[in-house]
Design a protein around this ligand. Structure first.
Ligand code: FES
Length: 258
């Protein structure tokens, strides 16, 4: 049976949605695999929406907005680009980064809209159905994807992504500017740290555990688990519940996330 992917598109009202409309009234053909959510600006698309979409079993997600410089809210598409950069870094950890795409399409580019959708649909067809359709893979991937969704909401990630342009393009009060390559490394490391922390957090939501149990379950180094537990304790989201035979047992203070 041929595979027909389910693709979700977040289209900005002012450019890409109008581009899709133009493709429609001009009767330009494109694959019927796209389901559209109209947003006022591509900058409105929270990374959580993308991860949630993938968690529900979508095969691909595309975000489309106005060309740089054309955003009706001035900088919304630059924000979308920074967030998308972070989304891709997270999804790379699960080899799912090719299932998401960001593109600029203006209101007058009906045929380009059709080309972009055809190209992305083809890309997803080549990748095959989402691995979450496979029961065995889904058991392993689902908790990881949930951890990514949680990690993307962490204050540290949001603050870093929100200040990317400031940090890399303008000088701070000390006259310092971080080169983009250095920022990229910092973001990569932060994404990895927050991902591990989110995995620990979610594992502790299931049941209280020791550092050793967490390390075995998550296949992490025990010293790395302990370092992250200390950070989570300082954030007030994890605490030590009891000590059993000299071993501290930790528990999550966050509500169970679905
Ligand atoms: Fe289109 Fe902001 S209004 S990307």
């Amino acid at each position: 049976m041929s595979f027909e992917p389910k693709i979700l598109g977040f289209l900005c009202n002012w450019c890409s949605y109008a581009g899709a409309d133009l493709a429609g009234v001009s009767r330009i053909q494109y694959p019927p695999n796209l389901r559209v959510i109209r947003v006022m600006c591509s900058g409105r698309v929270d990374p959580e929406f993308i991860f949630e979409g993938l968690l529900t079993g979508l095969d691909g997600v595309i975000v489309m907005g106005c060309h740089p410089g054309d955003c009706h809210y001035l900088e919304g598409n630059y924000e979308a680009e920074m967030k998308f950069h972070m989304v891709q870094k997270f999804l790379k950890l699960l080899h799912m980064d090719q299932r998401v795409h960001l593109e600029w399409v203006s209101a007058s580019e009906g045929s380009r809209f059709a080309e972009v959708i055809s190209h992305f649909t083809e890309q997803i067809k080549n990748l095959g159905p989402t691995p979450l359709k496979d029961e065995q893979l889904a058991r392993e991937l689902r908790p990881k994807l949930k951890a990514i969704k949680l990690a993307a909401t962490s204050y540290r990630i949001r603050a870093l992504v929100g200040r990317e342009r400031d940090i890399t393009q303008n000088e701070n009060v000390y006259g310092e500017k971080i080169p983009p390559e250095e920022f990229d490394q910092l973001l990569t490391q932060t994404v990895l740290d927050e991902y591990h922390r989110a995995r620990i957090q979610l594992a502790l939501q299931e049941s209280p555990k020791s550092v050793k149990e967490l390390a075995t379950e998550l296949q992490l180094d025990p010293s790395e688990v302990l370092d992250n537990i200390i950070v989570l304790k300082n954030r007030g989201t994890v605490t030590m519940e009891q000590i059993i035979e000299n071993t501290p047992i930790y528990v999550s203070l966050m509500e169970v996330m679905e």
